[in-house]
Design a binder for this molecule. Structure first.
Ligand code: CO8
Length: 258
């Protein structure tokens, strides 16, 4: 696997693991780090031996936001020409499941990165929020959109306008995270979940992910057309033949991911 400056990348069996690694600044996301995250995800997405991607932070936090020192002197034209969000958008095109494990802070760009994950597990002490308003800016990498799709307009506005941090308990109540664990077992439980998911037939996992995201963005009619196409497509896979044959023969299926 490629060596990076601001992240650590590993593979344990079929789980690709990305650790944010600027612990001294609570994993504040500078631009190079964002590029590295995107590049490592793309690599894992293309690597047949990786089935599930797990993302978490080294040190005390997941990520306390974009690196404020890096952007403090920016102007709009510089940001426009930088077009930094083009690669960020690629994160939404990763086909494999991404599971985030959040402890400590997930703020600003860090919360936006967490919201890119398909599933989120968090430690009891995790804190989520968009403090950008206190810096006289606003989220720029999907925060207003993804939070609103999860919480609805009124609650999202309240959090985005206050800039306050929500607890893991609140995040769970609003469907932002899937599960809460004591911090000592967060990563272990996340990996356990990831291993189980990695054993499911990979094409079903992939096509279900695609179809569910269509439900978020498309009309019901368009989404159902998409679902139907993916449903039919799976009948071209070896795993579908194996899965149904194994059921009829009353044995465990042996899935190959094709
Ligand atoms: N950027 C740069 N450095 C940071 C950041 C950050 N976002 N967050 C923390 N740090 C640094 C601190 O400056 C400090 O460095 P040093 O030791 O050199 O002084 C170190 O990390 C430890 O932090 P603290 O001493 O402040 O730790 P505390 O436990 O006292 O406080 C907080 C933790 C509350 C998280 C506090 O650090 C804080 O408020 N951080 C800033 C949070 C923030 O405002 N985040 C939003 C940033 S704006 C943004 O994310 C826009 C997103 C746009 C899209 C980007 C896509 C990637």
């Amino acid at each position: 696997m490629t060596n990076y400056e601001y992240i650590q990348v590993d593979q344990e069996e079929s789980i690709g693991i990305i650790r944010l690694n600027r612990p001294k600044v609570l994993n504040a996301l500078n631009r190079k780090m964002v590029s590295e995250i995107v590049q490592s995800m793309r690599e894992m997405d293309r690597n047949d031996s990786v089935r599930v991607i797990v993302l978490y932070g080294n040190g005390k936090s997941f990520a306390a936001g974009a690196d404020i020192t890096e952007m403090a002197q920016d102007d709009s034209i510089h940001l426009e020409l930088l077009n930094q969000f083009a690669e960020w958008d690629d994160l939404a095109h990763i086909k494999k499941p991404i599971i985030g494990a959040v402890h400590g802070f997930a703020l600003g760009g860090g919360f936006e990165l967490a919201l890119v994950c398909d599933l989120l597990f968090a430690s009891e002490d995790a804190k989520f929020g968009f403090p950008e308003i206190n810096l006289a800016v606003m989220p720029g990498a999907g925060g207003t959109q993804r939070l609103t799709k999860l919480m609805g307009k009124t609650k999202a506005l309240e959090w985005l306008w206050s800039g306050e941090m929500m607890t893991a308990e609140t995040a769970e109540a609003w469907g932002i995270i899937n599960r809460r664990y004591p911090q000592e077992i967060l990563v272990e439980e996340t990996l356990k979940y990831a291993r189980n998911l990695a054993n499911k037939p990979a094409l079903s996992v992939r096509f279900i992910k695609e179809a569910v995201y269509k439900a978020v963005d498309y009309s019901l009619y368009e989404g159902m057309q998409y679902e139907r196409k993916n449903f039919s497509l799976l009948f071209s896979s070896d795993d579908q033949k194996e899965g149904m044959k194994a059921f009829v023969e009353k044995r465990k299926p042996n899935f190959k991911g094709r």
